[in-house]
Design a protein around this ligand. Structure first.
Ligand code: PLP
Length: 442
């Protein structure tokens, strides 16, 4: 594709791009220069249908006027306010509004700037909570194989994606991992929640027996694992995790950085699956992806445990220069307004049957070995080229982009998560383009 910006690889040298094949990109840059609603505009003028809501974050679609206006207005009114020992009204208003849509009992919010920071914050709250309750021996954290919890040290320690971990030394000690729940032999081409694998939750019981509950602070899982290629929780799995955590006094953290804000058809996955964790991490859809911001929801039980000691003392030694930043808060409030006015936090539930039907119609396309879906999430797993893992999916990604469709790939899995404003016609268009792509890749 032509690149009308006429950049040379040398112009692009300075920026070391994240999670990107830098050398490949700089030879053939894929530059986006504009966006509106369901589409990006590429530097060569083409419209690109957004099949991924950016990076699972632009849930209301692009350049929504209410959000962009709120940001401009806030930037001219109060650009920054110190986050420590000072406040500004919008952060408090936002926390109240978030608590209103969160599962019952999630009554307090800590603000961060990303999903990774939300995870670090939640893990630290868990450790400190047990300590203030007099259970300082509870220091172990339990994650899951194939889990993705961002890229900071806590997150990659509890995370289970080997490429994200193996370069970085010993990571946090005292971490263990449950097995993942991906069982393609039994569950391939399942629509919605898989039948098989719910009993894998009892692996947590085995881990508790090994280490003793008195050493374990928290379990963290994505209700639907996204970045590893969309693993949907088998029936009964999350409820069973909850039961085991409750039985042993272990905190359960749902990492809802991608499932939060309507992706499954409820505001949060906890509501969708009717399983109440002790903390929820979020980011992305909180500001429609427009301004970096994350939020960690905690129960009153956790929050109140910290509210002791002399009143002039800081209760929790943690926070960021930009926690609850005024412009991010304004963007998030406008995002929540947009979601409410357009019914976007539940729209995925209405669209999901149609989405499912169209997605699974790709079953007979070349190389497809599994298709799975929930809410407005879909995954198409491709048979890897022998000896060249990820190459086939990456070719599909490049071809889709050339054909005017943005998809995301991880390993040999195509992950789809369009903005929640997508129309049925656009769903048809998305899968028609993808059918052509799959027929075209070798
Ligand atoms: N947790 C989950 C479940 C995620 O999917 C992501 C990002 O995709 C993160 C954490 C990290 O978020 P961020 O990239 O904003 O740090």
């Amino acid at each position: 594709m032509s690149n009308r910006l006429n950049t040379t690889p040398n112009d692009l040298r300075a920026f070391w791009m994240p999670f990107t094949a830098n050398r490949q990109f700089k030879q053939n840059p894929r530059m986006l220069v504009g966006a509106r609603d369901m589409h990006f505009t590429a530097s060569d003028g083409r419209k690109i249908l957004d099949g991924t809501a950016g990076l699972w974050c632009v849930n209301a679609g692009h350049c929504r006027p209410k959000i962009t206006e709120a940001i401009a207005q806030q930037a001219g009114e109060l650009d920054y306010a110190p986050a420590f020992q000072m406040g500004h009204p919008k952060a408090f208003e936002l926390a109240n509004r978030l608590v209103d849509i969160a599962p019952d009992g999630m009554n307090h919010v800590l603000f961060t700037n990303s999903g990774s920071e939300s995870v670090e914050t939640a893990l630290k709250v868990a450790l400190a909570y047990h300590r203030v309750k007099g259970n300082g021996s509870r220091t172990r954290l339990i994650g899951r194989e194939r889990g993705y919890h961002g890229v900071n040290f806590g997150g990659i320690s509890v995370g289970g994606i080997v490429t994200n971990r193996k370069m970085f030394g010993t990571l946090l000690t005292g971490v263990d991992h449950m097995p993942h729940t991906h069982l393609p032999a039994q569950n391939a081409f399942t629509k919605g929640q898989p039948e098989h694998g719910g009993d894998l939750a009892s692996e947590l019981e085995r881990i508790v027996t090994l280490h003793d509950a008195s050493t374990i602070a928290a379990v963290i899982v994505e209700p639907v694992a996204g970045s590893t290629g969309v693993l949907i929780p088998p029936k009964g799995y999350l409820k069973k995790l909850r039961e085991i955590c409750t039985k042993h006094g272990i905190l359960l953290i749902f990492d809802e950085v991608i499932t939060g804000f309507g992706r499954l058809g409820s505001p949060f996955a906890a509501q969708h699956y009717d399983v109440m964790p002790d903390m929820i991490t979020s980011a992305k859809g909180l500001t429609n992806g427009v301004i970096p911001m994350g939020a960690v929801f905690v129960t009153s039980e956790i929050h109140d445990a910290f509210m002791q000691g002399p009143e002039h003392m800081i209760e929790f030694f943690h926070g960021y220069t930009y926690s609850g930043n005024p412009i991010a808060s304004a963007a998030a409030l406008a995002t929540l307004d947009t979601y409410k006015e357009e019914g976007l936090l539940t729209r995925a539930a209405e669209l999901s049957p149609y989405w499912e039907e169209q997605l699974h119609s790709l079953k007979d396309c070349p190389h497809v070995i599994d298709i799975r879906n929930t809410g407005l999430i879909g995954a198409i797993e491709l048979d890897p080229i022998a000896g060249e893992p990820t190459k086939r999916a990456f070719s599909a990604f490049l071809k889709a982009y050339d054909d005017g469709l943005l998809i995301r790939t991880t390993g040999d899995i195509i992950a789809l998560s369009p903005p929640l404003i997508i129309s049925k016609d656009q769903i048809d268009e998305l899968f028609e383009k993808l059918r052509t792509v799959l027929k075209g890749v070798t």
